[in-house]
Write a new protein. Structure first.
Length: 567
């Protein structure tokens, strides 16, 4: 009688997720189960890590409660900011660019029902970070404070309200952007703005040096230390309301009804205001939602010159694939804007290494400690490179989307197709790996041996992780993903991350013995024997052979499975 309701519009999405799992083959089901297991393990690691940090803070005499309160305020502020950005980008897709909107707009669905269904969808897609990072945080606080049931009852009220407010802000900002500029350009603009916003947040937190809060001697006086800890966030700000309510519940104090009321009523009011604003401008914003932008970078003469130079050493069979991928990359601002993210990642990483307290290493052990730290730093570099591989190489096959039938029907072997994909993605991997490893090793002022190890390790890991990412991405592609970011967040991508990190650890384990020999010779002031040099060369060479063999085998494995996929 009254048309479809909110649950009727949400149910197909829930049913689609269940059918994807129910109808999947046994191998893919194993990946889903393994991914859920990894998420639970990561969740537990976050919980125990946060509990350890809170125990350390609480161990600071007198100032323990002040430290934990300050930490909660900082984390709630970071979550709130990230939720605002995430909801803005997601709401552009759910409200204006979703594939099923054309069907829904033609059905007898009331605009209010469509709004609340899309609003709920936006919250579910954007609030996963609250479940991944927020719940371990709040539970760790409850365990450390030995909170009663009142605290956990308050969580049931605080968390939904805390999530709804940034969702309302995100939908409002997205609607304003789409009203002014086309939806696709708005999403590209927010993707770039989100990258710069995330860079600014990370840089700001790093410049604040939050680790100094556990060292009162870092401040000029005790009064300055206490004043810094007690400086509150603005009163009319949702993170402030949430922190006041939760801290009161942790301490067993009477409920802060005013702050709780501001949070709950603010969430209801925010949803109502954005619903009114949506009804006011949605029809006009919808008319702007399908315009496209001109591919200026993709057709520039500078890019043509780069392609002519880059294609010279490559086989001719790779040229069409590389040219197509490069132009597609620069045609999409949400893709080429990742260059800024890589540059900022390198800058923040090197800045963190440069401000490391090297003065703690003194005496005859100083140079040995720096060298050991430089080698351990290669593990962190490998972790960063695996993350870059997910974003660039793992989604290389999935990026073909529904146009996968074109290379599938072309007279080209699957192995040639994947090798061309891998060699293009190798460029950002080499840049990130070599810059991070060599620059951090130079900042640590180690010997030339560790510089050589850093160069070899970074180059080998770049090749291995590139081949592994492209190969696993060809075995488990996602041609229906509406963006590369979504394809990089699936269960198979998490499986690659686990395999990639395991491989990084294996390479470092092989190189550990040569590093040990050099460190030992420095400690006891003894020259390396010819046998020692032979062992070092053999193990370092073995690590490089393992990297190239892994890349080659992964691409061959992916090539055997690639042409069996359909879109």
């Amino acid at each position: 009688m009254g048309g479809p309701g909110v649950t009727d519009l949400i149910q197909p999405r829930v049913q689609g997720v269940w059918n994807t799992f129910r109808r999947a083959e046994a191998g893919r089901k194993a990946i889903y189960v393994g991914s859920v297991t990894l998420i639970l393990l990561f969740w537990c690691a976050c919980f125990f890590g946060l509990r350890f940090v809170l125990d350390v803070f609480m161990g600071v005499e007198v100032f323990g409660p002040l430290l934990t309160r300050k930490l909660l305020e900082i984390l709630l502020l970071a979550l709130f900011t990230l939720l605002c950005f995430s909801n803005t980008v997601t709401s552009i897709s759910t409200f204006y660019l979703s594939a099923d909107l054309e069907l829904l707009m033609a059905l007898p669905v009331r605009r209010s029902v469509l709004f609340y269904a899309r609003f709920a969808d936006t919250i579910l897609q954007s609030s996963w970070m609250m479940a991944m990072f927020g719940l371990p945080l709040f539970l760790a606080y409850g365990v450390v404070y030995e909170a009663g049931w009142q605290y956990f009852a308050l969580l049931v009220l605080v968390l939904p309200a805390f999530v709804v407010i940034p969702a309302a802000i995100g939908v409002t900002v997205a609607t304003l952007l789409v009203r002014l500029i086309p939806a696709r350009r708005a999403r590209e603009f927010m993707a770039i703005a989100g990258l710069f916003g995330l860079i600014a947040i990370v840089a700001f937190i790093r410049l604040l040096r939050p680790e100094r809060f556990i060292d009162p001697q870092a401040f000029e006086s005790l009064a300055a230390y206490v004043a810094e800890l007690q400086s509150p966030t603005p009163a009319l700000f949702p993170p402030r309301w949430a922190s006041d309510v939760l801290i009161g519940g942790l301490r067993g104090q009477p409920t802060h009804w005013i702050d709780l009321g501001l949070l709950v009523v603010g969430a209801v009011a925010a949803a109502g205001v954005v619903r009114w604003f949506y009804a006011l401008v949605y029809e006009r914003a919808w008319s702007h939602s399908q315009e496209a932008s001109a591919p200026r970078l993709a057709s520039s003469s500078l890019l043509d010159g780069f392609l002519r130079w880059f294609l010279v050493p490559l086989p001719r069979a790779w040229h069409p694939i590389v040219v197509k991928d490069v132009r597609a990359f620069f045609r999409d601002p949400s893709q080429w804007s990742q260059v800024f993210l890589l540059a900022s990642l390198i800058a923040i990483y090197l800045f963190s290494v440069s401000v490391f307290p090297f003065d703690t290493f003194r005496g005859p052990m100083a140079r040995t400690a720096r060298s050991a730290l430089a080698f351990l730093n290669l593990g962190l570099t490998g972790f960063v490179m695996a993350g870059v591989a997910i974003r660039f190489q793992f989604v290389a096959v999935s990026a073909e989307g529904r146009a996968f039938w074109i290379p599938r029907s072309a007279p080209i072997r699957a192995e040639v197709f994947l090798r061309a994909k891998a060699v293009l993605g190798l460029v950002p991997m080499l840049v990130v790996g070599l810059v991070l490893s060599v620059a951090s090793t130079a900042l640590l002022d180690t010997s030339s041996f560790f510089m050589v190890v850093a160069l070899l390790t970074a180059f080998g890991l770049a090749v291995a992780l590139s081949g592994l990412a492209v190969g696993m991405g060809a075995v488990w592609p996602n041609f229906k993903a509406d963006s590369a970011a979504r394809a990089a967040a699936g269960p198979s991508a998490m499986m690659f991350m686990v395999v990639g990190l395991f491989f990084v650890g294996l390479v470092l384990a092989i190189e550990a013995y040569p590093v040990f020999l050099v460190l030992r010779s420095g400690l006891i002031d003894q020259h390396l024997t010819l046998q020692d040099w032979g062992s070092m060369v053999v193990l370092l060479f073995l690590a490089q052979v393992l990297c190239f063999a892994t890349a080659n085998y992964s691409i061959r494995w992916g090539a055997k499975r690639l042409w069996f996929h359909t879109v």
